[in-house]
Structure formats: structure tokens, C-alpha cells
Design a protein around this ligand. Structure first.
Ligand code: GN1
Ligand code: MG
Length: 362
């Protein structure tokens, strides 16, 4: 048994099946899966019951797990009841209408159906896969076009609020971190000189033609399940940050994570660049689905998406570096510095790319 998962948690999620009498799960095994920076995720294999995906919610990040679970449940129910045509993995309950389990250490757990046909990819292997991923996230948002977004909690307040992220960055610069601040200077100066992106965000947040939508807020290829049978996209996963947000978040994260020539952990900074065919595949795919929903202002600013999100991610990584690595899991001392440098290089590449290919700048 994996020591990180208490037996009481496994037993709880194996104790109940809606509509069926209790039966034993038999031998269970637990394996760590996924590469998320926030929650811990496991596959639980059961001899006599269906397997499931188990997650311990990181309550440092998600301060109110009940709200996270409310959003997931609300979205799943809406997706099914309103015949939206999109699929979301079923939530596994441990008692009637109870799906958020608090163990005796005070940790929060929840479980989902394990989609046996599904597999995830961490890096898009071709533009077609990138396009399919973009379409999946666009269909996800579009499916909730008629839903009142106020039904969802803000599971991480100000999550993609660039103004707030900039403030956190400034606060970190003010705090007493002399050594790291000196090292970070090459990055922080460049980010400060680009604060036009913060101003752009302020316009978006203050102008009614940029409505709040249902936004996934972690749109990347590893948050999509592909089918082993068909190779096609089955559904998006990891809905913890799905909450009201603006048009740019999901296409921005898709560009950030898939149009780049190497991922956010690469330190081959010189060679980092935006790949044209991927950028086009992502933006074409996303836009084609959302065109009918987007306002004129959103359409006009669509290509700001990648710029805003990559800028925000660079701010978030360097802020965490300045704060002494308190948010993101890191593997070595300079990890957050390197990630911030990576994002800054990617941002510069995207700025040049958009100028050249689209004559576009924010
Ligand atoms: C975090 O844990 P993961 O990888 O799904 C973060 C995202 C960042 C991402 C950067 C709740 O997501 O916003 O873009 O790391 N999620 C949270 O890799 O902060
Ligand atoms: Mg995530």
C-alpha cells in the first residue's frame, strides 16, 4: 500500500455504489500518476470493483475544497442534464451525494471514474493533436454559454487576474530577498518594462464587452484524455480551476503549453520559440468553435491571449522564486528562476512572431 494514501480513504470510496448493495472491493493497489504541480493523483486498482482515480486536494492552493467539489459537481450535472454533448469523468461518491472525503488527518480527498480507454500526453506530437486539444477546451467553454457563471465559486480568488499577479510580483520585490532579487534582476527588469500587458488586462476587466465565461484555467494537452482505441479526444480533466474568467485564459494557456518548441522546464533558452504551424492549429481550432460566442471586442483581442498568459506565468514563476519557492513544486534551487526565464524567452518569441505573421501587437 502506498504510505501516502491512508487505507480509510480507499475503504471509504470502495464502500458505496449508488443503487447497488455493498460488496467487497478485494485487493486494491495504489499507483502515483500525473505530473501536476499542485494536487497528488493516484490510480486505485480494485480486484472486484471498478478502478478509480483518487486525488488529495492541495489545501494550500485550494483553500476551500468544498467549493472545488461544488464546481465539479455542478458542471458535471449541467453537462449531462442540459445535453451539452460534452463528457466529464463521473464523480465517485463515498455516501449518497457525498464526494468530498475528509480523513482523520484533516486531508481532503475526492475520486473520479478511471477512464480506462483514456491516456494523456504531455507534449503535443503534431499540430493535429494541438488542434484537437484546442477544440476540446473551446467546446467545453461553449457548452456552458447559457449557464449563469455566478453558480460557480472562484476556487482560487484572482487566479488569472493579471493586476493581482503584478501586485504579488511587486510585493515580492519589496520583501527582504536580497540574493534572489539580485539574481532575478535580468528577468524582473524585462517584466517591468512590459507592464503594458497589465494595462491591457485592466481594460478587459473594466469593459462590459469582455463577459465572464466558464473557463477551465489550466488548458493544456496533459489535461485532456485521448482514446487508446481511436486516438481522438475523449474529454477535458482537472476541473479544479474551472470558474468564471475571461476569453484569453484558455487559448492563452494552450498557446503557452503547445505552441512552444520545448516545455516550461527547458533551459535551452536560446532555442525556445513559437512554432508557427502549432500556433495556427491552436488558434484556428479554438476560434472556429468560439466564434459564434465571442463578442466583437473578444475577436479583436483574440491574439492577445498568449501574450497575457505567458506574461502572467513568467510573473508567477519569478514571484515564487523571490518568495523562496513556496507555491510550485521545484526539483532544484533555481528551478523557478529557470521557468521564469523560459517564459520570458517564449514571450519575446511570441511578440516577434505576432508582429511578423499577423502585424499584431497588444
Ligand atoms: C499549475 O499543477 P498544474 O501543472 O496543473 C498551476 C497553473 C500553471 C501550471 C504551470 C492551481 O498547474 O496555473 O499554469 O502549474 N495551477 C495552479 O505549470 O496554480
Ligand atoms: Mg492543474
Amino acid at each position: 500500500m502506498n504510505p501516502n494514501v491512508p487505507q480509510e480513504v480507499i475503504d471509504a470510496f470502495n464502500s458505496y455504489t449508488p443503487g447497488l448493495p455493498y460488496h467487497e472491493a478485494g485487493t486494491t493497489t495504489v499507483a502515483v500518476i500525473g505530473d501536476g504541480l499542485i494536487n497528488n493523483t493516484y490510480k486505485v486498482t480494485c480486484e472486484l470493483k471498478t478502478n478509480f482515480l483518487l486525488q488529495k486536494i492541495n489545501t494550500q492552493v485550494f483553500k476551500n475544497p468544498a467549493q472545488v467539489q461544488h464546481n465539479c459537481t455542478y458542471l458535471s450535472t449541467y453537462a449531462e442534464m442540459e445535453f451539452t454533448g460534452i463528457r466529464i469523468p463521473y464523480i465517485r461518491e463515498f455516501a449518497k451525494e457525498q464526494s468530498l472525503y475528509k480523513d482523520k488527518n484533516g486531508d481532503f480527498w475526492r475520486a473520479f471514474e478511471f477512464v480506462e480507454d483514456g491516456y494523456s500526453i504531455s507534449i503535443a506530437q503534431n499540430p493535429q493533436q494541438a488542434k484537437a486539444t484546442a477544440i476540446c477546451f473551446a467546446k467545453f467553454s461553449a457548452a456552458f454559454d447559457d449557464m449563469n457563471v455566478d453558480q460557480l465559486f472562484e476556487t482560487i480568488p484572482n487566479f488569472h487576474n493579471l493586476n493581482y499577479r503584478y501586485q504579488q510580483f511587486e510585493d515580492a520585490l519589496q520583501s527582504n530577498v536580497a540574493e534572489r532579487k539580485a539574481k532575478a534582476h535580468v528577468i524582473t527588469e524585462d517584466l517591468i518594462s512590459r507592464n503594458k500587458y497589465k494595462k491591457m488586462y485592466d481594460e478587459i476587466a473594466n469593459y462590459a464587452d469582455f463577459p465572464q465565461r466558464v473557463v477551465h484555467h489550466d488548458a493544456k494537452i496533459s489535461n485532456v484524455l485521448f482514446s487508446k482505441k481511436t486516438g481522438k479526444v475523449i474529454c477535458p480533466v482537472d476541473l479544479d480551476t474551472t470558474m468564471p474568467g475571461y476569453f484569453f485564459s484558455d487559448p492563452g494557456d494552450l498557446i503557452r503549453s503547445m505552441a512552444c518548441s520545448a516545455d516550461e522546464n527547458s533551459i535551452d533558452f536560446k532555442n525556445l520559440h513559437i512554432r508557427k504551424e502549432y500556433y495556427q492549429a491552436i488558434t484556428d481550432g479554438y476560434y472556429a468553435v468560439m466564434e459564434k460566442s465571442f463578442t466583437t471586442a473578444e475577436k479583436k483581442h483574440f491574439h492577445c491571449s498568449g501574450l497575457l498568459i505567458i506574461y502572467m506565468q513568467a510573473l508567477r514563476f519569478i514571484t515564487d522564486y523571490l518568495n523562496g519557492d513556496i507555491y510550485y513544486k521545484t526539483k532544484y534551487a533555481e528551478h523557478n528562476f529557470d521557468r521564469a526565464m523560459n517564459q520570458l524567452c517564449l514571450l519575446k518569441s511570441l511578440e516577434n512572431f505576432l508582429e511578423k505573421e499577423y502585424r499584431f501587437s497588444c
